[in-house]
Design a binder for this molecule. Structure first.
Ligand code: B1M
Length: 216
Protein backbone atom coordinates (compact mmCIF):
# COMPACT_ATOMS: atom_id res chain seq x y z
CA UNK A 1 0.00 0.00 0.00
CA UNK A 2 1.30 3.48 -0.93
CA UNK A 3 2.30 5.95 1.74
CA UNK A 4 -0.63 8.45 1.83
CA UNK A 5 -3.15 5.59 2.04
CA UNK A 6 -1.26 4.00 4.91
CA UNK A 7 -1.09 7.38 6.66
CA UNK A 8 -4.83 7.96 6.09
CA UNK A 9 -5.52 4.72 7.93
CA UNK A 10 -3.03 5.27 10.74
CA UNK A 11 -3.67 8.98 11.36
CA UNK A 12 -7.47 8.59 11.42
CA UNK A 13 -7.24 5.56 13.71
CA UNK A 14 -4.91 7.58 15.98
CA UNK A 15 -7.35 10.55 15.88
CA UNK A 16 -4.55 12.70 14.46
CA UNK A 17 -6.83 15.14 12.60
CA UNK A 18 -4.10 17.24 10.97
CA UNK A 19 -2.01 14.24 9.89
CA UNK A 20 -5.10 12.56 8.48
CA UNK A 21 -6.32 15.61 6.51
CA UNK A 22 -2.82 16.16 5.14
CA UNK A 23 -2.54 12.53 3.98
CA UNK A 24 -6.02 12.76 2.50
CA UNK A 25 -5.10 15.81 0.45
CA UNK A 26 -1.89 14.11 -0.69
CA UNK A 27 -3.78 11.01 -1.76
CA UNK A 28 -6.28 13.11 -3.73
CA UNK A 29 -3.50 15.11 -5.36
CA UNK A 30 -1.82 11.91 -6.46
CA UNK A 31 -5.07 10.71 -8.08
CA UNK A 32 -6.03 8.01 -5.56
CA UNK A 33 -9.48 6.50 -6.11
CA UNK A 34 -12.06 8.13 -3.85
CA UNK A 35 -13.99 4.89 -3.24
CA UNK A 36 -10.80 3.17 -2.09
CA UNK A 37 -10.14 6.03 0.32
CA UNK A 38 -13.66 6.03 1.81
CA UNK A 39 -14.72 2.38 1.67
CA UNK A 40 -11.37 0.77 2.33
CA UNK A 41 -9.01 3.14 4.14
CA UNK A 42 -11.32 5.38 6.19
CA UNK A 43 -13.67 2.49 6.90
CA UNK A 44 -10.72 0.37 8.04
CA UNK A 45 -9.73 3.19 10.43
CA UNK A 46 -13.29 3.43 11.85
CA UNK A 47 -13.28 -0.33 12.49
CA UNK A 48 -9.90 0.03 14.20
CA UNK A 49 -11.29 2.88 16.34
CA UNK A 50 -14.20 0.62 17.28
CA UNK A 51 -11.72 -2.12 18.18
CA UNK A 52 -9.71 0.25 20.41
CA UNK A 53 -12.98 1.32 22.06
CA UNK A 54 -13.79 -2.33 22.79
CA UNK A 55 -10.28 -2.82 24.25
CA UNK A 56 -10.81 0.16 26.59
CA UNK A 57 -8.13 2.25 24.86
CA UNK A 58 -10.68 4.75 23.52
CA UNK A 59 -13.75 6.26 25.16
CA UNK A 60 -17.09 7.51 23.89
CA UNK A 61 -15.68 11.02 23.41
CA UNK A 62 -13.05 9.52 21.07
CA UNK A 63 -15.78 7.89 18.96
CA UNK A 64 -17.56 11.23 18.76
CA UNK A 65 -14.34 12.97 17.72
CA UNK A 66 -13.68 10.27 15.10
CA UNK A 67 -17.16 10.89 13.66
CA UNK A 68 -16.45 14.63 13.56
CA UNK A 69 -13.16 14.10 11.67
CA UNK A 70 -14.87 11.65 9.29
CA UNK A 71 -17.60 14.20 8.50
CA UNK A 72 -15.03 16.96 7.97
CA UNK A 73 -13.22 14.72 5.47
CA UNK A 74 -16.49 13.96 3.68
CA UNK A 75 -16.90 17.69 2.94
CA UNK A 76 -13.54 17.60 1.15
CA UNK A 77 -14.34 14.31 -0.57
CA UNK A 78 -17.88 15.12 -1.72
CA UNK A 79 -16.92 16.90 -4.98
CA UNK A 80 -14.65 13.95 -5.87
CA UNK A 81 -17.39 11.47 -5.01
CA UNK A 82 -19.82 13.54 -7.07
CA UNK A 83 -17.64 13.55 -10.17
CA UNK A 84 -17.20 9.79 -9.92
CA UNK A 85 -20.77 8.75 -9.10
CA UNK A 86 -23.09 11.36 -10.57
CA UNK A 87 -25.88 9.85 -12.70
CA UNK A 88 -28.32 11.39 -15.11
CA UNK A 89 -31.90 10.38 -14.52
CA UNK A 90 -34.12 10.36 -11.48
CA UNK A 91 -34.26 6.64 -10.98
CA UNK A 92 -36.57 6.12 -8.07
CA UNK A 93 -37.60 7.00 -4.56
CA UNK A 94 -35.94 5.69 -1.40
CA UNK A 95 -37.01 6.21 2.21
CA UNK A 96 -33.99 5.77 4.44
CA UNK A 97 -33.22 5.84 8.15
CA UNK A 98 -31.27 4.38 11.06
CA UNK A 99 -33.62 2.25 13.14
CA UNK A 100 -34.94 2.98 16.61
CA UNK A 101 -32.35 2.66 19.38
CA UNK A 102 -29.42 3.40 17.06
CA UNK A 103 -27.96 6.88 16.48
CA UNK A 104 -25.06 6.02 14.11
CA UNK A 105 -25.52 8.16 11.01
CA UNK A 106 -22.29 8.21 8.97
CA UNK A 107 -22.89 5.05 6.92
CA UNK A 108 -26.57 5.83 6.37
CA UNK A 109 -25.70 9.36 5.21
CA UNK A 110 -23.10 7.96 2.81
CA UNK A 111 -25.76 5.70 1.31
CA UNK A 112 -28.07 8.75 0.97
CA UNK A 113 -25.34 10.83 -0.70
CA UNK A 114 -24.50 8.17 -3.30
CA UNK A 115 -28.15 7.47 -4.06
CA UNK A 116 -28.86 11.19 -4.58
CA UNK A 117 -25.83 11.50 -6.84
CA UNK A 118 -27.18 8.65 -8.96
CA UNK A 119 -30.46 10.52 -9.38
CA UNK A 120 -32.60 8.95 -6.68
CA UNK A 121 -34.97 10.99 -4.59
CA UNK A 122 -34.04 10.17 -0.99
CA UNK A 123 -36.23 10.87 2.01
CA UNK A 124 -33.79 10.64 4.91
CA UNK A 125 -35.68 10.16 8.17
CA UNK A 126 -32.51 10.50 10.28
CA UNK A 127 -31.51 8.30 13.20
CA UNK A 128 -33.36 6.51 16.01
CA UNK A 129 -36.39 6.21 13.73
CA UNK A 130 -39.39 4.32 15.19
CA UNK A 131 -41.20 1.79 12.96
CA UNK A 132 -44.33 3.96 12.79
CA UNK A 133 -42.35 6.76 11.19
CA UNK A 134 -41.12 4.41 8.44
CA UNK A 135 -44.71 3.28 7.83
CA UNK A 136 -45.94 6.89 7.70
CA UNK A 137 -43.19 7.88 5.23
CA UNK A 138 -43.89 4.81 3.08
CA UNK A 139 -47.57 5.79 2.82
CA UNK A 140 -46.73 9.40 2.06
CA UNK A 141 -43.95 8.91 -0.52
CA UNK A 142 -44.79 5.51 -2.06
CA UNK A 143 -41.05 4.63 -2.43
CA UNK A 144 -39.49 1.87 -4.53
CA UNK A 145 -37.22 1.00 -1.61
CA UNK A 146 -37.15 1.44 2.15
CA UNK A 147 -33.62 1.35 3.56
CA UNK A 148 -32.92 0.49 7.18
CA UNK A 149 -29.48 1.02 8.68
CA UNK A 150 -28.27 -0.59 11.95
CA UNK A 151 -24.82 -0.66 13.51
CA UNK A 152 -25.66 -2.05 16.93
CA UNK A 153 -26.47 -5.70 17.38
CA UNK A 154 -28.97 -4.55 20.03
CA UNK A 155 -30.81 -2.73 17.21
CA UNK A 156 -31.45 -5.93 15.20
CA UNK A 157 -34.82 -6.53 16.95
CA UNK A 158 -35.72 -2.99 15.94
CA UNK A 159 -34.95 -3.82 12.29
CA UNK A 160 -37.12 -6.92 12.57
CA UNK A 161 -39.98 -5.00 14.19
CA UNK A 162 -39.82 -2.25 11.55
CA UNK A 163 -39.98 -4.80 8.72
CA UNK A 164 -42.90 -6.60 10.39
CA UNK A 165 -44.82 -3.31 10.81
CA UNK A 166 -44.17 -2.34 7.18
CA UNK A 167 -45.45 -5.73 5.98
CA UNK A 168 -48.49 -5.52 8.27
CA UNK A 169 -49.27 -2.10 6.80
CA UNK A 170 -49.18 -3.65 3.30
CA UNK A 171 -46.27 -1.53 2.11
CA UNK A 172 -45.21 -2.74 -1.34
CA UNK A 173 -41.69 -1.26 -1.38
CA UNK A 174 -38.67 -3.57 -1.31
CA UNK A 175 -36.88 -3.43 2.03
CA UNK A 176 -33.10 -3.11 1.98
CA UNK A 177 -30.98 -3.37 5.12
CA UNK A 178 -27.33 -2.64 5.81
CA UNK A 179 -24.85 -1.53 8.46
CA UNK A 180 -22.21 -3.20 10.60
CA UNK A 181 -24.78 -5.10 12.69
CA UNK A 182 -26.14 -6.94 9.65
CA UNK A 183 -25.02 -9.53 7.15
CA UNK A 184 -26.61 -11.35 4.25
CA UNK A 185 -27.68 -14.03 6.73
CA UNK A 186 -29.18 -11.71 9.40
CA UNK A 187 -30.87 -9.72 6.64
CA UNK A 188 -32.72 -12.89 5.61
CA UNK A 189 -33.50 -13.75 9.24
CA UNK A 190 -35.15 -10.38 9.91
CA UNK A 191 -37.24 -10.67 6.75
CA UNK A 192 -35.54 -8.09 4.52
CA UNK A 193 -35.76 -8.36 0.73
CA UNK A 194 -32.30 -6.96 0.06
CA UNK A 195 -28.93 -6.53 1.75
CA UNK A 196 -25.99 -4.28 0.85
CA UNK A 197 -22.59 -4.38 2.47
CA UNK A 198 -21.59 -0.82 1.62
CA UNK A 199 -22.92 2.34 0.02
CA UNK A 200 -21.70 1.53 -3.50
CA UNK A 201 -23.42 -1.86 -3.33
CA UNK A 202 -26.57 -0.22 -1.92
CA UNK A 203 -26.78 1.95 -5.05
CA UNK A 204 -26.27 -1.07 -7.35
CA UNK A 205 -29.01 -2.99 -5.55
CA UNK A 206 -31.37 0.03 -5.68
CA UNK A 207 -30.71 0.51 -9.40
CA UNK A 208 -31.62 -3.12 -10.09
CA UNK A 209 -34.90 -2.77 -8.17
CA UNK A 210 -35.90 0.32 -10.14
CA UNK A 211 -34.86 -1.26 -13.47
CA UNK A 212 -37.00 -4.31 -12.73
CA UNK A 213 -39.95 -2.13 -11.68
CA UNK A 214 -39.77 -0.10 -14.88
CA UNK A 215 -39.75 -3.29 -17.01
CA UNK A 216 -42.84 -4.79 -15.35
CO1 B1M B 1 -20.65 3.32 18.16
N1 B1M B 1 -20.51 1.39 18.13
N2 B1M B 1 -21.63 3.23 19.84
N3 B1M B 1 -20.58 5.25 18.13
N4 B1M B 1 -19.38 3.17 16.77
C1 B1M B 1 -19.90 0.78 16.93
C2 B1M B 1 -20.98 0.46 15.91
C3 B1M B 1 -19.19 -0.52 17.53
C4 B1M B 1 -19.07 -1.66 16.52
C5 B1M B 1 -17.84 -0.14 18.15
C6 B1M B 1 -17.18 -1.31 18.82
O1 B1M B 1 -17.42 -1.53 19.99
N5 B1M B 1 -16.36 -2.05 18.11
C7 B1M B 1 -20.17 -0.86 18.74
C8 B1M B 1 -21.32 -1.79 18.41
C9 B1M B 1 -21.08 -3.19 18.91
C10 B1M B 1 -22.21 -4.08 18.57
O2 B1M B 1 -23.35 -3.75 18.70
N6 B1M B 1 -21.84 -5.27 18.14
C11 B1M B 1 -20.65 0.53 19.14
C12 B1M B 1 -21.18 0.84 20.41
C13 B1M B 1 -21.16 -0.25 21.46
C14 B1M B 1 -21.72 2.12 20.71
C15 B1M B 1 -22.40 2.57 22.02
C16 B1M B 1 -23.38 1.55 22.64
C17 B1M B 1 -21.29 2.95 22.99
C18 B1M B 1 -21.74 3.33 24.38
O3 B1M B 1 -22.54 4.20 24.57
N7 B1M B 1 -21.19 2.64 25.35
C19 B1M B 1 -23.14 3.87 21.56
C20 B1M B 1 -24.55 3.55 21.05
C21 B1M B 1 -25.33 4.79 20.75
C22 B1M B 1 -26.64 4.43 20.02
O4 B1M B 1 -26.63 4.28 18.79
N8 B1M B 1 -27.72 4.26 20.75
C23 B1M B 1 -22.27 4.30 20.42
C24 B1M B 1 -22.11 5.63 20.01
C25 B1M B 1 -21.31 6.06 18.98
C26 B1M B 1 -21.09 7.54 18.64
C27 B1M B 1 -22.40 8.34 18.72
C28 B1M B 1 -20.12 8.11 19.66
C29 B1M B 1 -20.39 7.46 17.24
C30 B1M B 1 -21.35 7.65 16.05
C31 B1M B 1 -21.43 9.08 15.60
C32 B1M B 1 -22.24 9.23 14.34
O5 B1M B 1 -22.59 8.30 13.64
N9 B1M B 1 -22.56 10.47 14.06
C33 B1M B 1 -19.93 6.00 17.20
C34 B1M B 1 -18.98 5.51 16.24
C35 B1M B 1 -18.24 6.54 15.44
C36 B1M B 1 -18.75 4.12 16.07
C37 B1M B 1 -17.74 3.42 15.12
C38 B1M B 1 -16.36 3.55 15.73
C39 B1M B 1 -17.70 3.89 13.68
C40 B1M B 1 -19.05 3.86 12.94
C41 B1M B 1 -18.90 4.51 11.58
O6 B1M B 1 -19.27 5.66 11.38
N10 B1M B 1 -18.26 3.79 10.63
C42 B1M B 1 -18.27 1.92 15.15
C43 B1M B 1 -17.22 0.88 14.84
C44 B1M B 1 -17.52 0.11 13.58
O7 B1M B 1 -18.46 0.36 12.87
N11 B1M B 1 -16.74 -0.88 13.32
C45 B1M B 1 -19.11 1.91 16.37
C46 B1M B 1 -17.94 4.31 9.29
C47 B1M B 1 -19.12 4.13 8.33
C48 B1M B 1 -18.73 4.60 6.92
O8 B1M B 1 -19.40 2.74 8.24
O9 B1M B 1 -21.63 3.01 9.42
O10 B1M B 1 -20.65 0.71 8.94
P1 B1M B 1 -20.84 2.11 8.53
O11 B1M B 1 -21.59 2.17 7.13
C49 B1M B 1 -21.16 1.46 5.99
C50 B1M B 1 -21.79 0.06 5.85
O12 B1M B 1 -22.12 -0.53 7.07
C51 B1M B 1 -22.96 0.29 4.95
O13 B1M B 1 -22.51 1.32 4.08
C52 B1M B 1 -21.70 2.23 4.81
C53 B1M B 1 -20.64 2.76 3.88
O14 B1M B 1 -19.90 1.76 3.31
N12 B1M B 1 -24.28 0.68 5.44
C54 B1M B 1 -25.38 0.41 4.70
C55 B1M B 1 -24.64 1.37 6.52
N13 B1M B 1 -25.96 1.54 6.53
C56 B1M B 1 -26.45 0.98 5.43
C57 B1M B 1 -27.75 0.87 4.94
C58 B1M B 1 -27.94 0.19 3.73
C59 B1M B 1 -26.89 -0.37 3.04
C60 B1M B 1 -25.58 -0.27 3.50
O15 B1M B 1 -29.14 0.02 3.17
C61 B1M B 1 -30.26 0.66 3.72
Amino acid sequence: MDDPRRRIREALADLDREGFLEALQEALNSGADVDTIVFEDMSWAMDEIGRRFEMGEYFLADLLYAAEIFKEAMKILEPHIASKHRGEERRGVVVLGTVKGDIHDIGKSLVATLLRLRGFQVIDLGVDVPPEKFVEAARKHNPHIIGLSALLTTAIPSVKETIAKLREAGVAAKIMVGGAALSEKTAREVGADLYAENAVQAVRVAEKVVERASRS
